[in-house]
Write a protein that binds this ligand. Structure first.
Ligand code: Q46
Ligand code: ZN
Length: 312
């Protein structure tokens, strides 16, 4: 099998593009896809400061790597969730990348440790507030990333969500007809004047498999295991189903998600998105000053409940 572009020996087959690539041409393909995503969704420019949310996994570290190699000003934030050896290992991977590749590009890593800031890890906090761990985790991560982006004056926050993540999320939203979530499923969500950072997903044109190959070919040392809390998550089932469809008919995931994006963009007079509706009712949280639609933001409410519950 030879590279579709330069005819040397190929290392990676891409059925959905009916192509195969050698290492150099594959890296070029990955960089091109990210470049296209940034341009078509007006994500950011070379002058803007980007904060990448890194977890130690392949997607977020590959994203940081790609942005730096494409010449963007990209720093990163790692939130240590305090999930035993999973957090210890993922933290170590992030530090390693930060001290080698990122440092060579003059980029900075910020670290927030949930246990240090709130006195307990994510699992204990979830137990204290009687909520599922992943929903507690979501509230905390969203809050930490937004606060860091605003406090350190970043123009935009980037996450490593890939085509598989977005297609699985779309499938879940469609299966349950969650229209408000469908509105919010764009690869680029604008900032609000009231303090929500702009959020973008530059990897939405690349699959999980392609990103794993990129990480391996470029010797990015990442944590292979999934977060132990992800076990049994619905998204994993949706991903499995989509992978089966993709094997039978390559290109299904991209047709599904990109098709959705095209339809979304073509809507002549779009109704206000949930993000826009949210923004219209935003005000500063009475406790921490971060934007919220209520008197007190969901993060502060969660922490207050955790404190009351640990005292009782
Ligand atoms: S990190 Fe957090 Fe995920 Fe782990 S606890 Fe759940 S939400 S599974 S992306
Ligand atoms: Zn608050």
């Amino acid at each position: 099998m030879n590279c579709t572009k330069c005819k040397t020996k190929a290392v990676m087959k891409l059925p959905r593009h009916n192509a195969a690539f050698c290492k150099a041409c594959f890296n070029g393909f990955v960089h091109d896809q990210v470049g296209k995503a940034i341009k078509s969704q007006k994500m950011f420019s070379k002058d803007e400061r980007i904060l990448v949310a890194v977890s130690g996994g392949k997607d977020s570290l590959a994203l940081w790597d790609i942005l730096l190699k494409l010449g963007y000003k990209a720093d990163a934030l790692y939130v240590d969730l305090g999930i035993g050896s999973y957090s210890e290992q993922s933290h170590a991977k992030v530090i390693r990348f930060a001290e080698t590749v990122a440092a060579a590009h003059g980029a900075t890593l910020h670290v927030h440790t949930v246990e240090q800031e709130e006195g307990a890890g994510i699992r204990e906090l979830a137990m204290l507030v009687h909520r599922p761990t992943c929903s507690t985790c979501g509230t905390i991560k969203r809050y930490q990333f937004n606060r860091a982006a605003i406090e350190h004056h970043y123009d935009v926050m980037a996450t490593g969500h890939n085509l598989d993540d977005e297609a699985a999320r779309l499938l879940g939203n469609v299966l349950h007809w969650q229209e408000e979530y469908l509105d919010k499923q764009a690869p680029s969500l604008p900032a609000s004047v009231d303090g929500f950072a702009k959020k973008v997903k530059p990897l939405y044109r690349l699959t999980e498999r392609e990103l794993a190959a990129y990480a391996v070919l470029n010797k990015i040392d990442y944590i292979v295991e999934e977060c132990p809390m992800a076990k049994g998550a619905r998204t994993l089932l949706y991903k499995e189903v989509l992978n089966r469809l993709e094997t039978e008919s390559p290109g299904t995931k991209q047709t599904f998600y990109w098709g959705f994006l095209e339809k979304q963009q073509r809507r002549e007079s779009p109704s206000p998105t949930m993000a826009e509706r949210d923004q219209s009712a935003l005000r500063p949280c009475a406790t921490c000053g971060q934007p919220t639609t209520a008197e007190v933001c969901s993060y502060c409410k969660l922490m207050a409940r955790a404190k009351t519950s640990s005292l009782s």
